[in-house]
Design a protein. Structure first.
Length: 300
């Protein structure tokens, strides 16, 4: 935690990156406000708060559209388009961020000078657009496939739990054992997956070959520290997200409610998500630089 605070303090002087990360968080919050929250509010299964019913609904929804060719084509187009968009943004922003942590960027006349911005962002796009597009496209694809696989993993536990609750199965120890095993598999599965994917990005800006393997090595080096950080991040994120969903269900109609709803679901959400996402990105890139310094120290 002390090393994270040490990394964040000098980062706070990079107003350009803070503004960019804040804008990215704002776009995310707007999408939540106009897409995610209305969908959650319109579905009674999410209002029930029953996790088992929600999992069953997600499984049924996924299999309903999974094998329809037109939806697969739309999905593929969406993945490629998103990969291209993220390729532009990440190649510019992460290049500048990586230069900051590797102490390659030293603005002499201010961070908002045209020369400095060109040297950071345009150079990043020129050098890393293709690489970031490739990584981002496959990250989206792998995430969809991995999430689908993990949803399938939950089916035995969900089936047994549902049978136990409906009285069709009277074997509580089996239900408990399957639930615990499934929870452990889900926890470590998502931890390993996110850790390796996250460290794939900084590796791409510091090495030219075997970047995924190097990112994996960096993640393995600090694995338990990363797990602790991500666990805290997840708890804070989902508690806040649950609070937003709850408030979204309450703040409907009435005079002045629309303004209050906007302030909470957009402005408050924007502030919190900006802090969370920025902290996550800074943590990943600063940790990778620690790993890189270890490699350099061993080879010299």
């Amino acid at each position: 935690m002390n090393k994270l605070l040490t990394a964040i303090k000098p980062f706070l002087k990079r107003y350009d990156l803070i503004i960019i990360f804040s804008l990215m968080a704002l776009i995310y919050c707007i999408i939540e406000y106009y897409v995610f929250f209305p969908v959650v509010l319109s579905l009674s299964v999410f209002k029930s708060g029953n996790i088992l019913e929600i999992v069953i609904y997600v499984i049924q929804f996924a299999f309903k559209y999974l094998f329809k060719v037109e939806y697969l084509i739309y999905g593929l187009i969406g993945i490629i388009a998103s990969g291209l968009l993220f390729g532009v943004v990440f190649s510019a922003v992460f290049y500048s961020l990586n230069n900051f942590f590797s102490k390659k960027a030293h603005p002499k006349d201010g961070i908002f000078k045209v020369e400095f911005l060109k040297s950071q962002y345009l150079t990043g796009v020129k050098q890393h657009f293709g690489k970031m597009t490739f990584i981002s496209t496959f990250t989206i694809l792998y995430t969809i496939l991995f999430t689908a696989f993990m949803v399938v993993v939950t089916i035995p536990a969900v089936a047994v739990l549902r049978g136990q609750m409906e009285g069709k199965i009277d074997f509580l120890p089996l239900a408990i054992m399957l639930t615990v095993i499934t929870a452990i598999v889900l926890f470590f599965g998502f931890m390993f997956y996110r850790t390796y994917i996250l460290f794939w990005y900084p590796a791409a800006f510091n090495f030219k070959r075997k970047i995924f393997a190097i990112g994996k090595k960096a993640a393995d080096t600090f694995f338990w520290e990363i797990v602790c950080f991500l666990a805290i991040f997840d708890i804070v994120f989902w508690l806040f997200q649950s609070m937003l969903i709850f408030l979204n269900s309450l703040l409907i109609g009435g005079q002045g409610i629309g303004i209050l709803r906007f302030l909470i679901l957009i402005l408050l959400n924007w502030i919190v998500k900006s802090v969370l996402f920025t902290t996550l990105i800074v943590f990943v890139f600063s940790k990778f630089q620690q790993f890189k310094k270890r490699i350099v120290a061993k080879t010299t």
